[in-house]
Structure formats: C-alpha cells, structure tokens
Ligand binder design. Structure first.
Ligand SMILES: [Fe+2]
Ligand SMILES: [Fe+2]
Length: 230
C-alpha cells in the first residue's frame, strides 16, 4: 500500500472504490485536481501520506457492499451516472435556485456575500445543466457503443478533454461558494430555517458533484480511452 504514495490521487481513487471518503476526510481533492501525486498533495497540506493510505486500506478491508465500477460494464456505469448523479442535479439545481434567490432577497442586505453566492450559483447551475446534456447526447452514447465492442462514431478524446475542463470550472465555482459561506458554517443567531436549508442543500450538492466527477474523471473516461488504446 505504501508504494502508492507516488501514485496520483486519481489512480488511487480509481483502484479503491471507497477511498474518496478518506480523501474527503483529509480535504484532498480527488476529482478535478486528482491528477497529482498523493505525496505532493500531502506535502503541501502537511499530512503524512502513510496515514491516508492506512485509512484507505482499513476501509477497503471492511467494505463489502461497494460497487467496483472498474469491473462493471461501461453501459452500466453510464446508466448509474445518469440515473443517480444527473437525476440528482435535475432535481436539486432548480430547488436550490429558488431557495438561494429567496435567502439572498431576505438576508442579502445584512449579508451581502449572499448576493455573490447567488450569482456564482446561477452561473454554475446553468453550466451544469448544459454539461449533463452534452454528456448524455454526445459523449455517453459513444462510450456505451465502445464498451459493447462497437467502433467509436467520433474521436472521444476531444469531448473528454472538454468535459474534464468543465469539471474544473464547476470545481472552481464550488470552491468560491464554499469560501463565501465559510464552508457552509451555520450560525443560529441570525439564520432562519431557509438559510440553514440552503447551506445543507449546497453542502450536499457539493458532495454529490465531487463523487459524480470522480466517477467520470477517474473511472469512466480512462476506461473509455483505454478501449481506444490511449
Ligand atoms: Fe456527468
Ligand atoms: Fe461530467
């Protein structure tokens, strides 16, 4: 396990299906910024890489019901991403938009950063809406066909690069929203129920998006490119 110290975070996340939970615990970016060596990321954060790898090994030893997406057919992984993560976005993005608008309207005067949160959220939400449409209509059908042994109807390396770039943009929006809200820190002295519900919703959204991007960047895209010998 310790030999993995010099592997990238993405490689470890792809090999150990539950490792994202440990990366999350240590504040290690496992989705957009995952292409860096664990040893480098740990040095930057003053974390002992062996502690991280030890936690991953312990979790792997106890996990018994995790789906290993490295081994499932690509069509199944694509279907899972659409029915779980894209469905979540389609449900949550409009709900949080309304909630964010309401909280910004009510509390924006006393807490002007809420107006920035709303602005950032609107841009991210629209980008994500278009992003999942592109994946479902253009990229995913080609990956499914490839996974079933068919020929690629188009060169998927460019669309994959584009999707990865868009993931980075989403990651930057999430980082900004998290910084503006001090990591969704609750304060009972001035927060109403809607205010708190917004923070809970945004934190849940961030967690789901990170897991979603991890499955695409670290598992789906590398597996699809490997079928093309890339
Ligand atoms: Fe997606
Ligand atoms: Fe995506």
């Amino acid at each position: 396990m310790n030999a993995l110290e010099h592997s990238t975070v993405s490689e470890i996340a792809a090999t150990y299906p539950d490792s994202y939970r440990i990366f999350h615990k240590y504040g290690i970016d496992f989705c957009c910024g995952g292409k860096r060596k664990l040893s480098d990321v740990c040095a930057e954060k003053s974390i002992e890489p062996r502690a991280v790898l030890g936690d991953i090994a312990a979790l792997a030893a106890t996990a018994d019901n995790t789906t290993d997406w490295q081994k499932k057919p690509l069509a199944e992984l694509v279907e899972h991403i659409i029915s779980t993560h894209h469905a979540f976005l389609r449900q949550e993005l409009p709900r949080l938009h309304a909630l964010c608008a309401k909280v910004a309207r009510r509390h924006g005067e006393d807490h002007p950063y809420l107006l920035q949160v709303f602005e950032e959220y609107c841009i991210m939400s629209e980008e994500l809406r278009q992003h999942i449409e592109k994946e479902e209509n253009i990229l995913f059908p080609v990956i499914v066909a490839l996974g079933r042994g068919g020929a690629a109807a188009l060169d998927i390396s460019c669309p994959i690069e584009m999707m990865e770039h868009e993931h980075e943009e989403t990651g930057a929006h999430l980082e900004k929203i998290s910084a503006l809200t001090h990591g969704y820190k609750m304060d009972d002295s001035y927060m109403c129920a809607s205010f708190k519900a917004l923070y809970t919703g945004l934190a849940d959204l961030e967690n789901d998006i990170k897991l979603h991007i991890h499955k695409e960047n670290n598992i789906l895209f590398p597996r699809a490119l490997a079928l093309l010998g890339r």
